[in-house]
Design a protein around this ligand. Structure first.
Ligand SMILES: NC(=O)c1ccc[n+]([C@@H]2O[C@H](COP(=O)([O-])OP(=O)(O)OC[C@H]3O[C@@H](n4cnc5c(N)ncnc54)[C@H](OP(=O)(O)O)[C@@H]3O)[C@@H](O)[C@H]2O)c1
Length: 240
């Protein structure tokens, strides 16, 4: 069996299952306390992965915000921030995106074979560009990340990326936050798309924790035998 990192999917969604609305502006679904919780989870990971559309739409920094958590990582011998990772078939990402311009840590782009050369020319100065297959194969991506020393991977969306990690059975844990709003617009991106998910009526996922955080609720699901939900800190579910 190919080694892969312990993989934790993190997502905030509306009551009706949307990740965002259909407007160009980012919809803030969570609250300050939950953003801080996510920061703690980030601080416990080796790499954070998002889809290229999330970079284009949200322009996220994907850094650990808390100075104390950054210092604790350094004290453990780690970089202040996790490695940033993205996947793209088109390489239609700009070098000016905050994904590349913020933080001193490593950035890795898994690119489709046909665009890998062009991606290296365009983004090779700001990131490591890796040919991920055509289309990019997430099994190959996660195996490559493990080979680079990534033991814990946090996947922060969007929906197309979450769908693939789930349907390809590459996820060990899901941390799903439900915000008390409806989006009510089918043009908006959903948490997941259609697919053949391993968890259905005959194979229910394990609900490990329900936590109220102000006006949102965190649902933690165990998705594999590697999940260990007994702890509550950022290192929960360490793979065996
Ligand atoms: N609420 C939350 O927690 C949260 C978190 C993150 C994002 N979001 C929202 O989610 C939305 C974006 O989600 P999304 O589903 O549209 O997109 P996404 O999952 O962020 O990214 C999809 C893109 O990633 C690349 N990609 C994914 N899998 C690939 C593969 N196997 N091979 C090659 N390329 C691959 C492709 O990029 P190319 O098109 O470049 O080829 C694809 O278009 C945004 O509105 C954002 O605000 C919400």
């Amino acid at each position: 069996m190919v080694e892969r990192p312990y993989t934790l999917l993190s997502c905030g969604m509306s009551i009706d299952g949307y990740l965002d609305d259909a407007s160009p502006d980012r919809l803030l679904l969570s609250n300050d306390a939950d953003f801080d919780r996510v920061d703690e989870v980030r601080a416990g990971t080796d790499a954070i992965l998002v889809g290229a559309s999330t970079i284009r739409q949200d322009d996220p920094r994907l850094l650990v915000r808390s100075a104390a958590r950054r210092a604790a990582r350094v004290a453990r011998g780690e970089a202040p921030d996790p490695i940033k990772v993205t996947v793209t078939a088109t390489a239609a990402i700009e070098a000016s995106a905050k994904f590349f311009t913020t933080g001193d840590g490593e950035k890795i782009i898994y690119c489709g074979s046909r665009t890998a050369g062009a991606a290296r020319a365009k983004l090779g100065a700001v990131a490591t560009v890796v040919d991920g297959g055509d289309p990019v194969d997430l099994h190959r991506v996660t195996a490559d990340l493990a080979a680079r020393g990534v033991r814990r991977l946090m996947v922060e969306g969007g929906g197309r990326v979450h769908t693939q990690f789930l349907t390809e059975d590459l996820a060990d844990e899901l941390q799903l936050v439900v915000a008390p709003i409806f989006v009510g617009d089918s043009r908006a991106p959903r948490f997941v798309h259609d697919g053949d998910f391993p968890w259905g009526p005959k194979n229910r996922a394990t609900l490990a924790e329900v936590r109220r955080i102000g006006d949102v609720v965190l649902l933690r699901y165990g998705l594999s035998e590697r999940f260990d939900g007994r702890q509550r800190d950022g290192r929960t579910g360490e793979g065996r």
